[in-house]
Design a protein around this ligand. Structure first.
Ligand code: BGC
Length: 767
């Protein structure tokens, strides 16, 4: 767990009248004005609850798709089925309190007017949306951005997305996704920060801070963050989306929960429950997750929204008999707001009347929702963000586009480079070959609903803007993404033969990753591999530009290319960002947030796997009676943290200021970095540890810190980290930080598979 600054205790406030006794403690911690405002909000909310009918209460817990500002988006099963006339009636009679995935300031004002002026109690609507990696300005997909290993960048793009969302009349975003993703077959890796716990924590904090801003949720530019999907959704068996999850409590607490905890500590005030069954109890009907851990252990004081129809799906899970039963189970487990199914609205009145759900539980959920609306300032200004003039100014601004290009550049990872990159912007004939050369449909990537389609820079456009000689670029498609093109290979081979270098733009299209896009093999589709083989056979140097939303298995001519750049889905400025790196305007600086395995069959794979009782020696080609596959070692082809630059960075020996870390002491661990190359680079130094002997078996390596360091040509710098006991600790099976005295390996190195460790001893417990 990473340490975050203490926050005021708002739980006591959201707990309502019963929690008022505890209010005093919070009041001491928070600024007087803020606490006075919260106390006034609470009075207002309690007064409202006292006046609400049971239907109106259920309405505040009901979230439906926005049919007014609807645009076909193909992100959810029932998209487009909302009926504006029906929803208008529901807003008027107070039976829907929240709408999602409609965007736009002017229409937002019209819809909000119905709630505020035409409903009995005038409670404002909450508008939510899936603003995942930008709104009109599209930034790199979250997995790509994770490759930048840059919390500040993640904060800035989330801030920009929040500015655009908030100026478009949105109050809440369904992000960040903080599911640690270790099975690359699962399509939703693309939405998160990859396989590592620490990186997920760091970026969860940054993204929550970016979405919510630092001026409080009532600020006009704040978007309420909603970390998702709680919990263990990404650990679906065999990487199949929506599948069951089955894991030990130690793994759940040590790997999958910490990023959520970090997000809440950073102030996230809502959370989305997950679809999956967790150890036999579906997450959206799981009181242990949603109440015992979330509320009792963690003091979370916001509201829980179910994922899309997730509480209804308790029936299909075989956990609820019918809709009424599903609503009862979900509500009692701790779901406060029901997304899309309508089951809370339909059944809460009867459930309460028959005594199956106490009114106090309904009031608690309503209080959480209304207090969040109050925290967002909606009772003071229900029309926040409903200003078309501001929307025009903020949304898709030039500044945001510049940030998208910067983020794109920083997200690109150079896997290998045998002297071919960067290319010359002039005097070199380039054949840009593959389905993504001229393509604009696959630059945004999945989960882009409102992106500016007039601003999708293709690789071709980016290359043309960067290259000096008009005639130096030839662009040939060669193949479709998953089907051969008649004559495609012949045309590609001809173009390659007439050029000095081939740039192969191949990989996955946007639809191959994202929700419900699980794969059995994480390879490049066969027709594109055939294209790569044919082009490589010309003998021309080949640079691969990989388009991908997950780690991939690379083979044949792709694996053997002279250079490989992982370019993901980089958003609207993709072509420029890639050209900046390919033509050397910027040195690549991204690092893999997911390991690229040798084989698909190694999935699930993460560098921080346990060692086992029969560890394999990965240096040996074959070995009997150890934990390994027949076909490959247990390493990755390109491990987590790997990424090259256009410089030549070498690491000196890692030094410790003391060989023993006293129980309450600290030691410095440092290394000299030298850039022997001839241009400035950014190196990401990674600090890994391995706890040699612990009460819970530990991974072979675990990332515990990292730092980006700029090195001029020829420069040497010493990089030092401070280690304290807390940083050596792990999360035990009951969720507590734990550490035992003894030996630790410590690395300062360039990837999860590089470097030699030094040994640090944690001294005996202080008495
Ligand atoms: C996804 C969520 C998303 C929701 C609303 C669901 O299918 O799992 O991540 O926020 O739809 O669009």
């Amino acid at each position: 767990m990473i340490a975050h600054p203490a926050r005021p205790d708002r739980r006591s406030i959201l707990a309502g009248a019963a929690g008022l006794a505890a209010l005093g403690a919070g009041m001491v911690a928070a600024p007087r004005g803020a606490m006075a405002k919260q106390a006034a909000d609470l009075d207002r909310v309690e007064a409202l609850i006292a006046r609400m009918t049971i239907q109106e209460k259920a309405g505040q817990l009901n979230l439906l798709g926005d049919p007014f500002r609807f645009r076909p988006m193909n992100v959810n099963p029932l998209d487009g089925q909302g009926d504006p006339a029906r929803i208008t009636r529901m807003i008027r009679d107070g039976t829907v309190g929240n709408l999602f995935n409609g965007v736009g300031a002017e229409a937002g004002r019209r819809i909000q007017t119905i709630a505020v002026e035409e409903s009995r109690l005038g409670i404002p609507l909450l508008f939510a949306a899936d603003i995942i990696h930008g709104l009109k300005t599209v930034f790199p997909v979250p997995l790509a951005e994770a490759a930048a290993f840059d919390a500040d960048l993640a904060r800035r793009t989330a801030r920009a997305a929040a500015l655009e969302g908030a100026a478009s009349g949105i109050h809440q975003t369904y992000g960040p996704m903080v599911d640690v993703a270790r099975d690359q077959r699962w399509g939703r890796n693309v939405e998160g920060a990859g396989e590592d716990v620490w990186l997920n924590e760091v970026l969860a904090v940054a993204r929550v801070q970016g979405f919510q801003g630092d001026k409080g949720l009532a600020d006009r530019d704040a978007l309420l963050a909603t970390p998702k999907h709680f919990a263990a959704y990404s650990a679906a068996v065999a990487g199949m989306d929506y599948n069951t999850t089955d894991m030990s409590e130690a793994t759940l607490r040590g790997v999958f929960l910490p990023p959520f905890r970090a997000a809440f500590d950073a102030g996230a005030l809502s959370v989305m429950s997950a679809f999956n069954d967790l150890n036999g109890v579906p997450a959206s009907g799981n009181p242990w997750l949603l109440t015992d851990i979330l509320r009792d252990e963690w003091d979370f004081d916001g509201f829980v929204v179910s994922d899309y129809t997730a509480e209804q799906e308790l029936i299909a899970h075989g956990f609820a008999a019918d809709g009424r039963d599903a609503a009862r189970i979900a509500l009692l487990a701790g779901i406060d707001m029901s997304m899309m199914s309508g089951l809370f609205l339909e059944h809460i009145p009867d459930l309460v009347e028959k005594g199956d759900v106490p009114m106090a539980r309904v009031d608690q959920a309503v209080r959480r929702v209304l207090m969040t609306k109050a925290a967002l300032g909606l009772f003071d200004d229900p029309y926040r963000g409903c200003d078309p003039e501001r929307e025009r100014l903020v949304v898709g601004s030039r500044e945001h586009r510049g940030l998208a290009r910067e983020a794109g550049v920083k997200s690109i990872v150079l896997l290998k480079n045998e002297g071919v990159l960067p290319l010359n912007p002039s005097g070199q004939k380039v054949a840009l070959i593959g389905p993504f050369g001229a393509d604009v449909d696959n630059v945004f990537g999945p989960w882009t609903i409102w992106g500016d389609e007039t601003r999708r820079v293709s690789l071709e456009a980016g290359f043309r803007a960067a290259m000096e000689g008009e005639g130096d670029l030839v662009v040939v498609k060669g193949s479709d993404v998953d089907a051969a093109l008649p004559g495609g290979i012949e045309a590609a081979v001809l173009a390659a033969a007439q050029s000095d270098v081939v740039v192969l733009a191949i990989g996955e299209d946007s639809r191959m990753s994202g929700e419900a896009q699980s794969r059995t093999e994480i390879d490049i589709p066969a027709p594109q591999r055939a294209l790569a083989e044919a082009v490589a056979a010309t003998g021309k140097p080949v640079v691969v530009l990989l388009r991908n939303g997950r780690a991939m298995e690379l083979s044949g001519a792709v694996k053997d290319a002279d250079a490989i750049l992982v370019t993901w889905f980089l958003g609207g400025e993709m072509g420029h960002a890639v050209a900046d790196v390919v033509f050397g305007l910027a040195s690549p600086s991204g690092r893999l947030p997911v390991s690229f395995p040798h084989r698909s069959g190694q999935q699930p794979f993460s560098y921080d796997h346990k060692v086992t009782g029969r560890p394999a020696d990965n240096a040996l080609a074959s070995q009997e009676f150890v934990a390994r596959y027949r076909e490959t070692t247990n390493t990755a082809l390109y491990p987590f943290g790997h990424g090259l630059t256009y410089g030549a960075v070498t690491y000196g020996e890692v030094a410790l200021s003391e060989a023993t870390l006293d129980w309450d002491g600290e030691v410095a661990v440092s290394v000299d970095l030298t850039n022997a190359g001839d241009r400035e680079v950014v190196e990401t130094v990674q600090l890994y540890i391995h706890d040699r002997v612990a009460d819970l078996t530990q991974p072979g390596r675990r990332l515990r810190d990292f730092r980006k360091v700029t090195l001029a040509a020829g420069e040497t710098k010493t990089v030092a980290f401070t280690l304290r006991r807390e940083r050596l600790a792990y999360v035990d099976a009951r969720g507590r930080p734990a550490v035992q005295p003894g030996a630790f390996h410590v690395w300062l190195t360039s990837s999860a598979q590089a470097g030699e460790p030094v040994i640090l001893t944690l001294g005996p417990r202080a008495t």
